[in-house]
Design a protein around this ligand. Sequence first.
Ligand code: F3S
Length: 391
Amino acid sequence: MVTGMHLDPEDERILAGEQGETRQKMLALLVALGKVFGAERLVPITSAQVSGASYKTIGKYGLDWLASLDAKAVVPAVLNPIGMPRGRWEEMGIDPGFAEKQQAVVAAYERLGIRLDCTCTPYYLHETRYGDHLAWSESSAVSYANSVLGARTNREGGPSALAAALVGKTPCYGLHLAKNRVPQMVMDVHADTSGWGIAEFGALGFHAGKLVGNRIPYFRGIRPEPDQLKAIGAAMAATGAVALYHVEGTTPEAQKNRYDLSGLEVIPVEQEEISRLFLEIPVDAVAVGCPHCSPAELAEIARLLAGKVVTKPLYVFAAQGVIERNARVVDSIEKSGARVFADTCMVVSPAMEQYRSIMVNSGKALAYVPNMCGGQARIGTIADCIRVATG
Ligand code: F3S
């Protein structure tokens, strides 16, 4: 078969339908994608992360399509957050009709061999190494994998990530190639960031994403920790389309390579541009964990909540595996009346649509809550979020 891409004999057999119709269609999808983007071959992947998991976003047509597929993932593959915590959906106030459809989506993915981790932070659960080729689709996870871990993935759509999971390969183009991973512009941050936390770095990402668009930025003037890098990348992928960024002296490829930055556009960022995003508007609820909390974030929330009781709904989101491994910390958070939910988040769950305004500590949630939940969003530090929730 003439495809314009090099395919090995096994690929040819799959395309000929020898491994079933679903795998045949999935490989045909990947080959078509590869041809559009000029890929010369497919590359084996070590894992997939599949979006299109909340019934809120995929609806009946998505569910029908998933239910029509018949194959099993051949690499470790996890699911993105869904519209509810699977074991505690009633507690979150989810409508039973929605829960039934969401459970059908989950069952369809389970039948395809996708792990029901339901998280945008699969890197806390399964090892992802420098140089690994992946097919991940959630934008913050893609940004973290590329930028912080030095793995290689394009930002896949839900169907192409699922196709890659079922075939074990993805077309080798874009960010799978070293030549496409070099900085395309420079962001000079002129601010004293020594006291910054996750919210300030998230706000930086929120601001920077609008300026960067879909280019690869190279940051100077900041030294973020991994959770802070997670916050920058998630927000930049929301207000822009940034799937990879470098931070001087911090991210792995910026440490390994000597990039020639001469001739690149340099955009300055001033403290004032970040500070003015922190507005003091009244809120009905507080939600943290976008992207899903790390163990360190859960510990910080528990420390700030010690001896306090919430007076406003306080939602904390994390992967089920992270919650299980940090059960005592989670118990102490929930003693305050806050709820720590797995599988879902403030953006993809319909339960959050009941609030007129939500306080978050995430630049990504600041960008998405107004569109996806219909309410206003306010960003504050994690300490401010706890103060507002317990005030
Ligand atoms: Fe994750 Fe939901 Fe935020 S999927 S990155 S917690 S919008």
